[in-house]
Write a protein that binds this ligand. Sequence first.
Ligand code: DVN
Length: 275
Amino acid sequence: MKFRAAVGMTSVIACFLTLGACSGRPRGFGTTPNIKHIVMGRCFNYITLVNPSTRYDCEAIWRAFEEAVVKQNSCDVAMEHYRHMFREMPQTRACDRFLFWSKTKKFIQDYTAIAPHFWTLEDTLAGYMFNDLVWCRQQENSGFNFSSCPEWSACLHHPVHSLWRQASKNFAEMACGNITVLLNGSIENAFSKNSMFGSVELDHLNPERVNYVNIRVVTNLDGPSRESCSRGSILDLIHILQSRGFRWTCSDNERILKILQCVQKPEHSWCRTLA
Ligand code: DVN
């Protein structure tokens, strides 16, 4: 079993699989402790185990990242400040494998564990290195602030938000062939123009490179079913795709997406019918 699948299956067993029930890192905290060791370690792990065919200079990437963050005030780190760092980590990927998502973070990690042919932003070197980390600079001097960092909403150019915006832009510009978008049908605004997918990635998809946008709507086994391919904000996404010349498909609750939820809830009535 590939390292990734092993990790994914562990997370299926370990984590409560209701969509959105496993949120990300704690908010309102400072820079992640040991961030340099974590980021550098993940970089070396990536080029050694995850994607051994790649050659990156992990030291140079770290230096460029640190320079981008500590040379600006903690609310003024714009996307372009990471330009040098991203130049150190060029990446391309075969078409037909790009997977986008929104409000389905925990589900996506388990989905890609059983469908490793998909490639998410978190599978790129940048996504892999910085996933779930927090960072910002001290106010008065250059150095990381390990006590507290502002919320994204408190900054015009938040250091974490700006890196993810740049990474997301790069990822969407790379996307080609048939791409997939996984959305959460158990919430209102499954598609939001304010989300990273809605505000950055969607705007940087190229209809000349993308053949089809395959929308996959998944709802919790216990519901509620608030939105679908024919109801709610997903219709807004479809309208935008049509107006920009994209071909698209949309499906509600594909079988594999429901079965994956049965791993955590085998006693669920729908899952018992599977047996
Ligand atoms: O397509 C994916 C991926 O490719 C990436 O580029 O962004 C897309 C997902 O981002 P999204 O569309 O904004 O979807 P979410 O689920 O709203 O947010 C994704 C992540 O950003 C989550 O981990 C969010 O943290 P959470 O809510 O799980 O604890 C995080 N996030 C969103 N808004 C945030 C935030 N983190 C800190 N402050 C905020 N205001």
